[in-house]
Design a protein around this ligand. Sequence first.
Ligand code: GLA
Length: 690
Amino acid sequence: MPSLDDVTRPPGRPPRILYGGDWNPEQWPEETWTEDVRLMRRAGVTSVTLGVFSWARIEPSPGKREFDWLDRLMDLTHTHGIGVVLATPTSSPPPWMGRLHPETLPRDEDGRTEWWGSRQHFSHSSEVYRQYAASITEDLAARYAGHPALTMWHINNEYCTYDWGDEAARTFRRWLQDRYGTLDALNTAWGTDFWSQRYGDWAEVLPPRRAHYLKNPAHVLDFRRYTSDQLLACYRAERDIVRRHTPDLPVTTNFMPFWSGQDGWTWAAEEDLVSVDVYPDPRDPGSAAYNAMIGDLTRSQAGGGPWMVMEQAAGAVNWRGVNHPKPYGLNRLWALQAIAHGADAVCYFQWRQSRQGAEKFHSGMLGHAGERGRVFQETVRIGEDLARLGPRVAGSRVTTGIAVLHDWNSWWAGDQEGALSRRVDHAEIVGAWHRALWDAHLPASFAHPHHDLGCHRLVLVPHLYLLDDTAIDNLVAYVRGGGTLVCGFLTGIADQDDRVRPGGMDARLCELLGIDLLQEWWPLDEGEHVDCGTFRGTLWSEELIAAPGAETVAAYRGGELDGLPAVLRNGRARYLTTLPEPAALSRLLSAVAEEAGVRPVVDGLPADVEAVRRGDLLFLLRHGHDPVTVTLPGRHRDLLTGTEIAGALKLERYGVAVLEVSGAQVPEPADAGTREEHGPGARPVPEGRR
Ligand code: GLA
């Protein structure tokens, strides 16, 4: 399998970063297409994604095919040297499908139908839908397999649907039969003897529909696992069809960022290239750190190799309560931030802003203001920057010494109606820990709890409520092997069936973390804090007795937990029974990182200046409004401006510098940590032809 760049780069040209976006030209008269490609060339666009929502155009009535317009577009892009990421249009079936085959429409938890008139109104379990999807994918792939513009496949779009309908009930039962074999095993796994839920016949097992009171959490957990697997089966079916026609082209599907609906590790392993859509709020001061986290997670899902921003917005989106544009420079900053975190492609939704339809107020690379508009001017500027960086950046890797563990199964299990605190949110806690690292200028990667962790100096477990035996053994082996581990509260409370471990926490973990007895959980209200001596804890606290030999690094002061451990240390393993306030968490993790031999990429950086080392380049990104000066040892050349930097570097508002550095002057994080590599569950962007 070739790398992204291998297939998208014209022969004889140096490596480059893919740049472009979704192009939905069926909205426009054909004269506009010619204008579009002219402007794309001006902006340095190298790739467009066609066909994402084109099903009704290609198949206006059942079985009919209209490809002529798409033929002309494929030829046009090729003539202008622009590659095509061709999407299967299966995320938005034409209205005729719902009318003729109502069973293709999904049902919500209350049994209500999701009708056509928007998009993504397909039941992942509908045989009819799957047959139509396979058929159009087959014809699309057969028609364009040899087309010179075709560089890559994009399957469906942001798989994210749920279905509680009758056909889903049948496939849910089949999925459960595969998992458990017998109804007895299912009854045991779900603990159905509580509340008289015991099933006597498979026909009684339903998706977790609207019910009177709390649902069985193990049932809901399996429904989420099943939904992820059902959608994955839809993806696989289409992927296998396109692979048959074009075995040399990479296949992807665009993830929503840090989205709970799909098990991202399992999905990523099924893709040739991992891609994600990222839409941070330009007004949110946390957006830069959020982008960094999405970049780190996506790169890690790609096994540490290059990944792709499939979509972002050049300006405002139109789905928040209030939608703010990006001030000039912010689009460029975030595009280059993605590159710093390992992306080899920066693309947008969408090329030309729509004049009609649901997203006419959503920005495009070419906005309503047109060629003279500042959004387009920035589009051109980003194209120039990417062209400069491509030959030096494409294909290179980001190295980190820290791994943050994350698992969708644990997210799903922890997110249950009967939890002790609705305020405990997996994504927020993971975000808080990653943010604490980001604030300390410590680059990090993500890993699954089953991955080989030995290559990381420091492993963090912000919130893995569910840990199976393999994961627990992996953590124990990691620390025994010399690794440094920090676990957050509620680590490993439940097994794979969401059954609370005997004693409230697994005995192997208690031993590892230095816990003698876990007495009670004491969740905290909004605005409530616990005094931990040198810092304040939020969200949660725990009443536990330390095992002999474990050190209470910080203790609660006052209240019911007075004197009990807030932070417990047992050798190289630590356990946090609360969530320290942001600055304290950042200090704590920095101190542990230093002890583990992991240092910031650059020392003494001002706040809101991010430093990321990618290959032999150092990206410095100014996430703030005022200019700042950064002091660096030695002399460096800025690839973006071609200027020599000696000593001090001034970064303007939203400024970026990409410096060539020698290892001695700015140490590669690998000096202090190790290159990230994952075990099973993720795989790198393949490099050779399949
Ligand atoms: C998603 C979709 C796009 C578009 C954008 C708008 O990412 O994939 O089609 O709707 O949202 O932000």
